[in-house]
Write a protein that binds this ligand. Structure first.
Ligand code: S0N
Length: 286
């Protein structure tokens, strides 16, 4: 029998990182002089359905908004008034996932969901029209949802042969309860904005023509508050449900805050100055 030598040497091949390209499926904007970023899925002729490329571009934008210290709140929305997002683009769904130019099937929207959930700044879904399928899940993983009165919410998975057994199920049950979540998934019905509000699926419903104006009011109110308090609260609200990953996120915030203290820096300074650290002056509070 031919044996595989698992200790054989490896040949490392240098891989160039693909530079970020021009956005094709997504619009990315920042408000002048304010800390608001707006990310818009821009495929209105497909009701803003996402392909792997769309998801990749969304991920680039969220990464930029995360890294930009001037950005304090991020809006996720869809182009036009007919749809926030209609989920995965069924015309590029292949075997094993959604297929892009590289012909590799992917479910990379799952990575995007985690990116939004763990992003240490509030993400607001601004929903006009349909938020269905994977698009419905995207709004659910956002921190807040502002819905226009023409918004329609629902899961279509059981009709088109797909499901989200991750946040799409568990986060939904946290938001609207187990019975309602089972109804929403098993029957795959559509729900109006008012029904969504009554279920606790969205934070508020406003007339379509006031959607952006009202969303900006929420953004500006958030921006007046302590960014650190908000980031720790977001991590705390995630922590109990996200297991080790949730604790890691909350713990990362504790480390960040500790690094900002004199006590946190005493050990580093002592190491660099080649002396024993002196923690004696730091209070041991009750
Ligand atoms: C959104 C709907 C209800 C809008 O109806 P309306 O207004 O009557 O417009 P249509 O005429 O139906 O649509 C206009 C044009 O847009 C195309 N289109 C719309 N949605 C899609 C789509 N999702 N994929 C591809 N094309 C779409 C229409 O075909 C039409 O084009 P033309 O003009 O050329 O005919 C209605 O459109 C609708 O029901 N859409 C389908 C909704 C749907 O079933 N979405 C997919 C659900 N599944 C997922 O999203 C899975 C996502 C996923 O990747 C995933 C995988 C693993 C784990 C988790 C997930 C996850 O869910 O996140």
């Amino acid at each position: 029998m031919h044996e595989i030598d698992s200790r054989r040497p490896v040949k490392w091949i240098s891989v160039p990182i693909v530079a970020k390209e021009q956005l094709q499926d997504v619009k990315y904007e920042k408000s002048e002089g304010e800390g608001i970023a707006k990310i818009t899925i821009n495929r209105p002729s497909k009701r803003n359905a996402f392909t792997p490329r769309t998801v990749l571009e969304l991920s680039w934008c969220f990464a930029d908004a995360r890294d930009d210290p001037k950005v304090g709140v991020i809006i996720l929305t869809g182009e036009g008034t007919l749809a926030f997002c209609s989920g995965g683009d069924q015309s590029v769904r292949g075997q094993g996932g959604y297929v892009g130019a590289d012909e590799i099937p992917r479910l990379n929207v799952l990575d995007l969901q985690i990116q939004i959930r763990r992003l240490p700044k509030p993400v607001i879904a601004m929903v006009a029209g349909y938020a269905v399928g994977g698009g419905h899940i995207l709004h659910m993983v956002c921190d807040i949802t502002i819905a226009a009165d023409n918004a329609v919410f629902g899961q279509t998975g059981p009709k088109v042969g797909s499901f989200d057994a991750g946040y799409g199920s568990t986060q939904m049950a946290r938001l609207i309860g187990q019975k309602k979540a089972r109804e929403m998934w098993f029957l795959a019905r559509m729900y109006s904005a008012q029904q969504a509000l009554d279920m606790g699926l969205v934070n508020t419903v406003v007339p379509l023509e006031q959607l952006e104006e009202e969303t900006l009011v929420w953004c500006r109110e958030i921006l007046q508050n302590s960014p650190t308090a908000i980031r720790v609260l977001k991590a705390a609200l995630n922590a109990a449900e996200d297991g080790h990953a949730g604790i890691q996120e909350l713990g990362g915030n504790a480390t960040l805050l500790f690094y900002l203290t004199e006590e946190g820096n005493e050990g580093r300074k002592a190491y660099l100055e080649k002396r024993p650290p002196d923690f004696s002056k730091f209070k041991r509070l009750p």
